[in-house]
Structure formats: structure tokens, C-alpha cells
Design a protein around this ligand. Structure first.
Ligand SMILES: *[C@@H]1O[C@H](CO)[C@@H](O)[C@H](O)[C@H]1NC(C)=O
Ligand SMILES: *[C@@H]1O[C@H](CO)[C@@H](O)[C@H](O)[C@H]1NC(C)=O
Ligand SMILES: *[C@@H]1O[C@H](CO)[C@@H](O)[C@H](O)[C@H]1NC(C)=O
Ligand SMILES: *[C@@H]1O[C@H](CO)[C@@H](O)[C@H](O)[C@H]1NC(C)=O
Ligand SMILES: *[C@@H]1O[C@H](CO)[C@@H](O)[C@H](O)[C@H]1NC(C)=O
Ligand SMILES: *[C@@H]1O[C@H](CO)[C@@H](O)[C@H](O)[C@H]1NC(C)=O
Ligand SMILES: *[C@@H]1O[C@H](CO)[C@@H](O)[C@H](O)[C@H]1NC(C)=O
Ligand SMILES: *[C@@H]1O[C@H](CO)[C@@H](O)[C@H](O)[C@H]1NC(C)=O
Ligand SMILES: *[C@@H]1O[C@H](CO)[C@@H](O)[C@H](O)[C@H]1NC(C)=O
Ligand SMILES: *[C@@H]1O[C@H](CO)[C@@H](O)[C@H](O)[C@H]1NC(C)=O
Ligand SMILES: *[C@@H]1O[C@H](CO)[C@@H](O)[C@H](O)[C@H]1NC(C)=O
Length: 511
């Protein structure tokens, strides 16, 4: 008796909610949770790997099953596949030591299992410009001997991002909180992934550099571990750089620097066994006809590739939204675009769909990019008992950064988006930010490739992009410990409310 009524309450409470406010019911929430868990179990979805292809075909099939018109854009890409990597230092006194790495420099090269062995020089620091972009001119390459092979070592600081600087304008926050609840606005430390630091590997190779060791700065080894950064592959579709590069943590870097200073290193061996081969991958397009018999649509947009269940949960989020509206049809059409290529080192342009399907862009009255839902905040934190920072959960959610176009044409979208946070918990901490033009340069619109293009078009656009330190990191648990499913549900409900209110305006002829 007792358990029965208890279960009935559990089941009926979300159903009762459905009547007045759009929101996922209990079954939809359970299915979302199952899909996230089972997708995570299969491992990361690197561009073109089996797990990514499994995810995109499951999402395409489920969209089809729920009544959408589904199409795919099929591509072949030259995939770089890091398999084994390690670093050895051969000291002049005859001892060889194996040193821990935090990972590899994506697309840098393929040493094979034997690795490359050469003397090591200290190239200083790969510094940052005041705008936090990479400044390759800071590297000191004078120690490279002509006509002999060299491995270069340098430290590699990550940017700090300051959304309180004039480059960004805060348009609003989730309703019940103020900017003071989001101190990260003025101090977004270690968004490692934002540091699109590009090395000219071609030039280094010409100079005789056969390997690179880069050391993290201002961050714990755990925070720096397996960051997939930077993400620039060799230009062209089937080319590969040939300077295998590894990252080490800061304390390891200090040790190596000390050895070089004291002339204690005879040579180092960099092993980065990372073959490249052609692989299939697809962009998924789902279309839901509204009831109004129109071409107009709301475009919902994300990517399907990456290292973790936080980074690439967008396809499951969009599928859940598609299923919700297939049962409760809006008057306007909905278009869902799930791109591939985000992690391809630009070997595959993830915004190709815009040229291949211009009708989707032409029909869009509004665009909404959804990424990284449910992200828990983890940061390096100082600890009284340790000299180095400790990487751990802060107990907060990552701020729900949302990029927006700061123009009158987008006012309605901004207002309805802010309204959709009515009743959300204070922990959600959404900040709506407009990248401004400053001294002729436009600040970065962060988000899934093409979101910035939409944001600067005449289509009112918002791009939701929480930016945790671990965003581009591989993790042994696939990121599961960093994901809060209750928050994914809350954030999806915000989108359901937003789409419903946009649709109400559309039906009234005011959108
Ligand atoms: C959609 O489902 C139908 C019926 O099962 C099937 O014939 C069709 O190939 C599917 N289309 C896609 C794109 O999966
Ligand atoms: C060589 O130097 C390293 C580092 O100082 C030290 O750990 C190792 O014991 C030395 N080996 C020999 C044979 O002296
Ligand atoms: C650059 O490196 C060379 C040799 O490695 C060194 O002699 C020189 O002092 C370095 N320059 C600076 C500015 O650190
Ligand atoms: C480097 O090697 C090439 C070909 O072996 C030779 O022509 C050139 O003179 C060498 N340069 C130096 C600086 O030793
Ligand atoms: C970020 O910018 C704001 C405004 O320019 C400034 O007050 C704040 O100190 C900056 N934060 C950091 C960490 O420098
Ligand atoms: C910025 O945040 C980090 C933690 O992420 C903290 O250690 C640091 O003190 C903060 N700096 C400022 C100026 O607030
Ligand atoms: C990289 O170096 C090569 C060889 O020196 C040069 O041809 C190329 O223009 C450089 N690329 C960039 C982007 O500077
Ligand atoms: C280690 O980090 C400190 C600051 O945290 C920095 O000054 C130093 O250059 C770093 N060293 C290396 C080798 O990365
Ligand atoms: C959606 O509408 C288009 C155009 O009217 C039509 O061709 C298509 O069959 C419709 N799709 C579904 C699933 O009803
Ligand atoms: C913009 O340019 C002016 C003139 O070059 C300069 O004084 C000012 O500091 C610049 N502002 C920013 C925010 O970079
Ligand atoms: C977005 O910004 C651009 C200027 O960067 C402007 O031309 C365009 O009208 C804006 N679009 C919307 C919908 O606000």
C-alpha cells in the first residue's frame, strides 16, 4: 500500500507539472538518464570513431522513430588516433628515467612505437598576447643546432578569461540571481581549451626539431591531464605534422628545466604512437513539421564528437527536445542540426552543412545552440597542506554561459530566454553575454562551429556553452563524475519553455 502510493506520487508529480509548464515527464527523464549512462559506457566519441558513429546513428534512428524527417550528411575524414605515448630522459650520468606525461599535443605527429630520440633544448615560454592569444615569437629557438635533430622543451601558459572586460557585455543573468553570484565572470581561470595555440610545426621540422615537450603552467597535473589542445591539425584533408609532441605537468617541467640548465640531459625519447587513417562520420539533420504548414523554423544546433559525456551530450539533449515536441507539436517547424568535425583539427569543417543545406539557414527565424548541459564545476583550489593547487569540485555548477548578439533584433529572444529561467534553482547561474567589437576587433563568440556565424547573421541566436576546465579532457570515467543529470533536465526544461514561448509569439504573428 505504502509503496504503491509513494510510487504513484513519484510518477504523477511530473505529469501534473506538464499541464501548465513545459517540462520532461518521468519517463522522458528516465530515458534521458539511461541514454547518457549507456553512451558514456562506450567511451569517448572522437570524430569518426565507432562510438561517435553509434551515437549519431542511434540519435538519427530515434528521431526518425518519433516522426521527424531525418537526413544525414556523410563525410570521410583523416583521423589522427593517439594510442600509446611516453617520455624518457637519458641523463649524462648514464641513468634513464621515465617521466609522467599529462598527454599529447593533438595532431602533432606519429613517432611509431620506437619514438624519436634527440638532445633537448629549453625554448623558454610559449607566451600569450595581452588579448590572451598565443604569441609564437616568444619561443626562444636560438639553441637549435643546424643540421642536427633537436627536441624542444617549453612551458605553455593557458589563458585566463575575463568576461567583465569591455570585450563582453553582460545582458542579463538567470532571474533570481545577480552578477555577484557569478564571480567567474571576472576570472574564468584555466579554460585550457580556449587556448587555440598554434605552432608552426612545418617550420620547426625544417629547423630540425623532431619532438616537443610542453609543460603546463599555473595548473595542477590533474586539471591539465589529457587536455585535447590545441586542436589544429596539419592543413589539408589528409596531411599530418611530423613533430610528435607531449605535455608534462608543471612539476615535471620544472625538473626537466633544471636538468637542461645543469647540462644533465644527453637526450630524450618522445614516443607518440598515433596513426592516421580515413574514417566515416556524419552530421545528422532532423526536421519536425509544426502545425502551421510553413517553412519557418526554430533551429536547434549542437555537435556530436568529443572526449566526454559533458562535452558532447548535445545530441541526446536535442533528441529529448525533439521527442517532447513531436508529442506536443508547435505551430512553427523545428530543425535539429547535429554536426561532426568539432575535434577534427579542422580536417573536417563542421559548418559545411550551412552551404550544403542553405534551406535550413534560410528558414530559421531563431537559432539556439545547446552544449555541455549538466556540467559540474571543478577548479584548482589552494590547499593549506600543499604547495601546489588541488583539483576538485567546487560544489557549484559551471556557469551557464550564453553567447548572444547585442542588437535590437535579438531583444525578443533575450527576453523570452531570461523569462524561461523563472523558477529555476539559484545554482543554475546563467550569464547572457554579448561579444562586443572593440577597437575594430570582435571578441570571440565561443561555441560549436558555426554558432558565431549564426550569431552575426540576421538570425537572432543564442549559444549556450558552459566552459569547465575539463571540457576538452579525456577522463577515465568519461566525465561521468562531472555530470549532473538533474541539471541536464532543468536546462532542457528551460529550452522547452523558451521554444514554447517563441512558438506562442510565432502563432500570434509577433515573432
Ligand atoms: C526511418 O524509418 C523508416 C521506417 O522504419 C525507414 O524505412 C527509414 O529508412 C528510416 N529513415 C532513416 C533516415 O533512418
Ligand atoms: C644520475 O642522476 C640522477 C638525477 O640526479 C640520479 O637520480 C641518478 O641516481 C644518477 N645516476 C647515477 C648512476 O649516478
Ligand atoms: C635563448 O636560448 C639560448 C640557448 O638555448 C640561450 O643562450 C639564451 O640565453 C636564451 N635567450 C633568452 C632571451 O633567454
Ligand atoms: C647542412 O647539411 C647540408 C646537406 O648535408 C649542407 O649542404 C649544409 O652546408 C649544412 N649546413 C650547415 C650549417 O652545416
Ligand atoms: C576583470 O575585469 C574587471 C573589469 O575590467 C576587473 O575589475 C577585474 O579585476 C578583472 N579580473 C581579473 C582577475 O583581473
Ligand atoms: C581567480 O580564481 C582562482 C580560482 O579559480 C583563484 O585562485 C584566484 O584567486 C582568483 N583571482 C582573483 C583575482 O579573483
Ligand atoms: C610555417 O612555416 C613554413 C615554412 O617556413 C612557411 O612556409 C609557412 O608560411 C608558415 N606558416 C605560417 C602559418 O606562418
Ligand atoms: C610552473 O608554474 C609556474 C607558475 O605556476 C611558472 O612560473 C613556471 O614557469 C612553470 N614551469 C614550467 C616548467 O612549466
Ligand atoms: C513535413 O512537411 C513536408 C512539406 O509539407 C512534407 O513533405 C513531409 O512529408 C512532412 N513530414 C512528415 C513527417 O509529415
Ligand atoms: C583601443 O585603441 C586605443 C588607440 O590605439 C588604445 O589607446 C586603447 O587602449 C585600445 N583599447 C583597448 C581596450 O584595447
Ligand atoms: C547581429 O550582429 C550583427 C553585427 O555584428 C548585426 O549586423 C546583425 O543584425 C545582428 N543580428 C541580430 C539578429 O541581432
Amino acid at each position: 500500500m505504502f509503496w504503491l502510493s509513494f510510487a504513484a506520487i513519484l510518477l504523477l508529480a511530473p505529469l501534473a507539472l506538464r499541464a501548465d509548464t513545459p517540462g520532461l515527464d518521468q519517463e522522458q527523464q528516465q530515458r534521458l538518464s539511461d541514454r547518457l549512462y549507456q553512451t558514456n559506457l562506450r567511451g569517448p566519441r572522437w570524430t569518426g570513431n565507432e562510438n561517435q558513429n553509434t551515437l549519431t546513428s542511434l540519435v538519427a534512428g530515434s528521431m526518425n522513430l518519433t516522426g521527424l524527417d531525418v537526413d544525414t550528411l556523410d563525410y570521410t575524414l583523416f583521423r589522427w588516433d593517439p594510442q600509446w605515448w611516453c617520455l624518457s630522459i637519458h641523463l649524462t650520468n648514464g641513468t634513464t628515467i621515465g617521466v609522467p606525461t599529462t598527454g599529447y599535443w593533438p595532431y602533432s605527429g606519429d613517432s611509431g612505437l620506437a619514438g624519436v630520440t634527440a638532445p633537448v633544448i629549453d625554448a623558454g615560454s610559449f607566451g600569450l598576447l595581452p588579448d590572451q592569444d598565443a604569441d609564437p615569437s616568444t619561443l626562444n629557438l636560438t639553441g637549435i643546432q643546424s643540421n642536427s635533430s633537436t627536441i624542444i622543451f617549453f612551458d605553455n601558459p593557458s589563458p585566463t578569461h575575463n568576461y567583465s572586460d569591455p570585450g563582453y557585455r553582460l545582458l542579463g543573468t538567470s532571474r533570481n540571481i545577480g552578477a555577484s553570484a557569478i564571480p567567474e565572470l571576472g576570472n574564468l581561470t584555466n579554460p585550457h581549451w580556449q587556448s587555440a595555440k598554434t605552432l608552426n610545426f612545418t617550420l620547426l621540422k625544417e629547423m630540425g626539431v623532431v619532438g616537443v615537450i610542453a609543460s603546463w603552467v599555473h595548473t595542477s597535473d590533474e586539471d591539465a591531464a589529457l587536455q585535447f589542445l590545441p586542436n589544429d591539425g596539419a592543413p589539408g584533408s589528409n596531411s599530418l605534422y611530423d613533430v610528435p609532441a607531449l605535455y608534462v605537468g608543471n612539476s615535471t617541467g620544472e625538473m626537466i628545466r633544471g636538468f637542461i640548465r645543469n647540462n644533465q640531459i644527453a637526450s630524450a625519447t618522445v614516443v607518440l604512437s598515433a596513426p592516421s587513417y580515413f574514417a566515416d562520420t556524419q552530421t545528422v539533420l532532423g526536421h519536425l513539421n509544426g502545425t502551421a504548414d510553413t517553412d519557418d523554423s526554430i533551429l536547434l544546433y549542437t555537435h556530436s564528437d568529443g572526449p566526454s559525456i559533458v562535452e558532447e551530450n548535445g545530441p541526446i539533449v536535442l533528441l529529448t527536445i525533439a521527442e517532447y515536441f513531436s508529442k506536443d507539436k508547435p505551430s512553427i517547424n523545428l530543425d535539429f542540426v547535429i554536426t561532426t568535425g568539432h575535434f577534427s583539427g579542422h580536417h573536417l569543417d563542421e559548418s559545411l552543412w550551412m552551404a550544403e543545406r542553405p534551406d535550413i539557414v534560410a528558414n530559421a527565424k531563431i537559432a539556439i545552440a545547446c552544449e555541455h548541459f549538466g556540467a559540474l564545476e571543478w577548479k584548482d583550489q589552494s590547499s593549506p597542506s600543499k604547495s601546489t593547487p588541488v583539483y576538485k569540485a567546487t560544489g557549484k555548477l559551471e556557469p551557464m554561459w550564453t553567447m548572444a548578439n547585442d542588437s535590437k533584433a535579438s531583444d525578443v529572444l533575450h527576453q523570452l530566454y531570461l523569462d524561461a529561467f523563472t523558477g529555476t534553482p539559484d545554482s543554475l547561474r546563467m550569464a547572457l553575454l554579448a561579444p562586443e567589437r572593440l577597437n575594430g576587433t570582435r571578441s570571440m563568440w565561443y561555441g560549436v562551429g558555426g554558432a558565431g556565424t549564426l550569431g552575426r547573421s540576421n538570425i537572432p541566436t543564442i549559444g549556450i556553452i558552459p566552459q569547465p576546465d575539463y571540457l576538452w579532457a579525456s577522463m577515465v570515467d568519461g566525465g561521468w563524475s562531472k555530470l549532473d543529470i538533474g541539471t541536464v533536465v532543468t536546462q532542457i526544461n528551460v529550452i522547452l519553455k523558451l521554444v514554447a514561448s517563441l512558438d506562442a509569439q510565432y502563432a500570434n504573428g509577433t515573432l
